[in-house]
Design a protein around this ligand. Sequence first.
Ligand SMILES: [Zn+2]
Length: 140
Amino acid sequence: MKWQELKTRVRLGLQRFMYGRNGVDELTLLVLSVSMVAVFFSAIFRQPWLQLLYYVGVFGSLYRTLSKSLVKRRKENFAFLQRVRKVRSWFRIQQKIVSERKTHRHFKCPACKQRLRVPVGKGKITITCSKCGEKFSRKS
Ligand SMILES: [Zn+2]
């Protein structure tokens, strides 16, 4: 019972402490990941600047997490997400292609580069692009 009570008190205390603070967002996770990579390589190559990068990353992400300037932090995170939007969407598409590889095949329209999805195992089919109407044939 004592342990449960302690856990509850710690959780509530932490919630109270984090109220009105930024918390962990995507930019913070990236900064933290970069600093983890830096500490890994600094252990191998013994470069002081890698260790510095690690400390800057750890304190930077701590600062972002505990910051109460919510508007500024959200703006920074939003700008970051805007910049990496294409990369993130590419990874999401690749993930979708892998997860659907047994049921669907993905093609790009030769005319407009629109991604098209067709069911697998239909033999050679003519695909009509849903965006520009281009017709092309592929093996499904
Ligand atoms: Zn097209």
